[in-house]
Design a binder for this molecule. Structure first.
Ligand SMILES: Cc1cc2nc3c(=O)[nH]c(=O)nc-3n(C[C@H](O)[C@H](O)[C@H](O)COP(=O)(O)O)c2cc1C
Length: 143
């Protein structure tokens, strides 16, 4: 079996991000990812995306290549990739937080994650990452 990896990147949307764009991305992502053994999470803050992708190495790298050529975003920055033993997002083909409320603990967690990305430290912080994802899963309405 291929080794599992976790890959994280950030990017900037070329257009203001709206519900229509998110729906379009999630529809394709959730179908493709579940057929290709990929799980992950997409976060949006303003016009910035932060996406976590995990799965078999080849599948994740191929998907990342495809996503990096998508004209809807640019300034794609690979934050890091790491081998993992177990998935940390096994529930989500591509999770996304809807009805986001600033007061929820998940909002704070998401800000922290963007902050870690700014410092280039998302991957080296696997423990906080897991904690944040646990908060997301109990706190927010995920689709
Ligand atoms: C921010 C962002 C995240 C995306 N995430 C995924 C994803 O997880 N899985 C996926 O299949 N496509 C994702 N896409 C869409 C792909 O870039 C691409 O449009 C899609 O795979 C269809 O490609 P195709 O027309 O070459 O088949 C994402 C696009 C953007 C802008």
């Amino acid at each position: 079996m291929q080794p599992l990896i976790l890959l994280v990147y950030t990017s900037q949307s070329r257009q203001p991000v709206d519900g229509e764009m998110i729906d379009a991305i999630l529809n394709v992502a959730q179908t493709f990812n579940s057929q290709n053994n990929i799980t992950g999470f997409l976060m949006v803050r303003g016009n910035y995306f932060l996406q976590l992708l995990e799965g078999p190495e080849d599948a994740v790298l191929q998907l990342y290549n495809k996503i990096s050529m998508d004209k809807r975003h640019h300034r794609i920055t690979l934050q890091g990739k790491a081998s993992i033993e177990n998935r940390i997002m096994d529930k989500w083909s591509m999770g996304y937080i809807e009805e986001f409320k600033e007061t929820q603990p998940s909002a704070q967690s998401m800000l922290e994650l963007f902050e870690l990305a700014r410092e280039g430290q998302v991957i080296s912080s696997a423990k906080p990452l897991e904690k944040m994802l646990r908060i997301f899963s109990r706190d927010a309405k995920i689709r």
